[in-house]
Design a protein around this ligand. Structure first.
Ligand code: PMP
Length: 365
């Protein structure tokens, strides 16, 4: 097998090696079944167990209360940006508030607006290029809104809510695509959580939706089945052929967090200590490396930074890749570099990057 490099991609992203190895082992023949996971019927007993185990693992890890459904949908997180307002806003007679903290929450706002629905920007981080999360008293909220929309972690700008925001009785909808399963959360504070899998939960192809029963009841009856949360939940995510392999991978990834890592509190402390290696290097660089996010909002998942001397960025990326530190180029809207260090990024990879940053600065300042 070709040697693996350290993959700092924002997503699809690094997966835990034991998970890849288990998938490789079972690819030709699932134990006790004798059929590949790629060949198995979604109506089979064996797949029933896989999807039920994936849900049970998510329920255990996240402490999902009984009055929430867990759905496995397709179309990615972007699909949800359109589907959420179809279900929860279109026929509500209300407006919805969007907290715009970066590229992804802005895109969610745009997808609701596209449908001609009544949406308000409760706060907009654009004036400072989305480098922070608002304080509660900066938000312009409507107490009668159908929902408040947030993104817990902005993958491109690397800003994350450090504590769960509170919006009274208005349902909170949260895009957790880039930090789900990275830390414990209190699901009961949310009306709905969703996350594409391809960063912390598995490969591309499945989106996890966790939605409270009373919100499910709001889905208009005339929506097509596959975008109707109520119908989709009643069909137990099996209205049509689901993404069987990605769901199986979610089961393996959540097995890994439960059994190998030891749960989300442990996961969070590992993530914090990995992120500290990079942020310390940036903070102690005398301005050689410039962080994008303000200190109190920094994401432990995505670490965007620039080099003060931009002419060094290309050699930085090239030399990093030569050491097996790959996919570090930042998004064009922020520029510079971005290290995505999700759950599955080994600490050794982050330590190697921090050491490389240290050496590169020593040689070039
Ligand atoms: N939300 C966030 C926070 C993301 O990081 C991404 C993907 N980078 C998306 C939404 C869009 O996800 P998808 O590509 O699955 O539609």
């Amino acid at each position: 097998m070709e040697k693996r490099v350290y993959n700092f991609s924002p997503g699809p992203a690094v997966l835990p090696l034991p998970v890849l190895e288990a998938a490789q082992r079972d690819l030709v023949s699932l134990p006790g079944v004798g059929i590949s996971i790629l060949e198995i019927s979604h109506r089979s007993k064996a797949f029933d167990k896989i999807i039920n185990d994936a849900e049970a693992n998510l329920r255990t890890l996240l402490g999902i209360p009984d009055n929430y459904r867990v759905l496995f949908m397709q179309g990615g997180a972007l699909f949800q940006f359109g589907v959420i307002p179809m279900n929860l806003l279109r026929d509500s007679g209300k407006s919805a508030d969007y907290v715009v903290t970066g590229t992804w929450s802005k895109k969610a706002f745009d997808e609701a607006k596209l449908q001609g629905l009544s949406v308000n920007v409760a706060w907009d981080g654009k004036p400072t290029n989305f480098n922070r999360i608002p304080k509660q008293d900066e938000l312009k909220l409507n107490p009668d809104a159908a929902y408040v929309y947030t993104a817990s972690n902005e993958t491109i700008q690397g800003v994350q809510y450090q504590t769960e925001p509170a919006f009274g009785s208005v349902p909170l909808i949260c895009d957790m695509s880039s930090d789900i399963l990275s830390r414990p959360i209190d699901v009961s504070k949310y009306g709905m959580i969703f996350a594409c899998a391809q960063k912390n939960a598995g490969p591309a192809g499945v989106t996890i939706v966790i939605i409270r029963d009373d919100l499910i009841e709001k889905s208009p009856a005339n929506l097509p089945s596959l975008v109707n949360y109520k119908v989709f939940a009643e069909g137990k995510s099996l209205l049509n052929t689901p993404p069987t392999f990605p769901i199986y991978m979610v089961k393996l990834v959540t097995d890994w967090i439960l059994n190998d890592v030891g749960g989300l509190a442990k996961m969070a402390s590992l993530n914090q200590s990995k992120a500290k290696l990079l942020y310390d290097e940036i903070d102690h660089s005398d301005g050689f490396y410039l962080p994008h996010a303000e200190k109190e909002c920094r994401s432990p998942m995505n670490v965007p930074f620039r080099l003060a001397k931009t002419e060094f960025e290309e050699p930085f990326l090239k030399q990093a890749a030569e050491r097996g530190l790959c996919e570090l180029k930042g998004h064009r809207s922020v520029g510079g570099c971005r290290a995505s260090i999700y759950n599955a990024m080994p600490r050794e990879g982050v330590q190697m990057l921090a050491d490389f940053m240290h050496d590169f600065r020593a040689k070039n300042s």
